[in-house]
Ligand binder design. Structure first.
Ligand SMILES: C[S@@+](CC[C@H](N)C(=O)[O-])C[C@H]1O[C@@H](n2cnc3c(N)ncnc32)[C@H](O)[C@@H]1O
Length: 221
């Protein structure tokens, strides 16, 4: 099913570019994938890693260690070079506790790559508790002790609006038989036209950002 395309396309493009830029020619890193699920972004870290540890609150085929994301007792202070935490923060009961734990285990020159939702429908994994603005997300990361923090939307307002329209029409099309054609017409059309429209609309909405996802890059010092 192509459906996640609109919701993850911008995130994947930005995340890949950011990993390449931030880790550049660094090798032999110890990398923690926090809330790893199926480790979808492992291939982008592989050239930089000697160890890629997947931690998740629930067991799965790609999970190396089952643990709550805010209690990483098995990792020493300042023992990890980079942390990836994608689409997890909105699911944990205490986002500040997760971020403080990430800060604790990161080396002083380490880096956190984190993504989470701005505008998105409820989706329990198993719970879905939080949404952020870019300012709120920066605040919660800084409050956890990170010194250098950037937060970027991974797509624009058109994708955010189309994402909600897509959710509505796609769900309708799943339930109302004669509307089934929308899944194969409107859905791909929205996915296709959102990115160029985002680029054209960017200047108008510079002061009113709205994004499906935000990408945080944060350093402890
Ligand atoms: C939306 S999935 C994202 C998975 C993966 N990071 C990705 O980007 O595809 C959210 C993940 O967070 C995990 N998760 C939810 N709450 C958690 C918690 N309190 N501690 C650790 N993992 C948790 C879920 O089991 C799930 O694998």
């Amino acid at each position: 099913m192509q459906r996640p395309y609109l919701f993850l396309r911008g995130l994947a493009i930005e995340l890949r570019a950011t990993i390449g830029r931030e880790l550049a020619d660094r090798r032999d890193l110890r990398i923690l994938d926090l809330g790893c699920g199926d480790k979808p972004y492992y291939p982008w870290f592989a050239p930089h890693a000697t160890e890629y540890l997947g931690v998740d609150g629930y067991p799965g085929p790609y999970v190396d260690r089952v643990a709550p994301a805010d209690r990483l007792d098995f990792l020493a202070d300042e023992s990890v070079d980079a942390i990836l935490c994608t689409q997890v923060l909105e699911h944990v009961p205490d986002p500040g506790a997760l971020l403080r734990e990430a800060k604790r285990v990161l080396k002083p020159d380490g880096v956190l790559f984190l993504t989470t939702h701005g505008v998105f429908v409820f989706h329990g994994h198993p719970t879905d508790l939080w949404r952020w603005t870019h300012q709120g997300l920066e605040a919660v990361v800084r409050q956890a002790g990170f010194a250098r923090v950037t937060v970027s939307p991974t797509e624009g307002i058109v994708s955010a609006v189309f994402g909600l329209v897509d959710h509505y029409t796609y769900t309708l099309a799943m339930r109302v038989r004669w509307l089934g054609f929308l899944r194969y017409t409107l859905h791909p059309l929205l996915c296709w036209i959102a990115p160029p429209l985002d680029r054209r609309a960017a200047w108008m909405f510079a002061d009113y950002p709205l994004a499906i996802n935000y990408l945080v890059v944060a350093r402890p010092s």
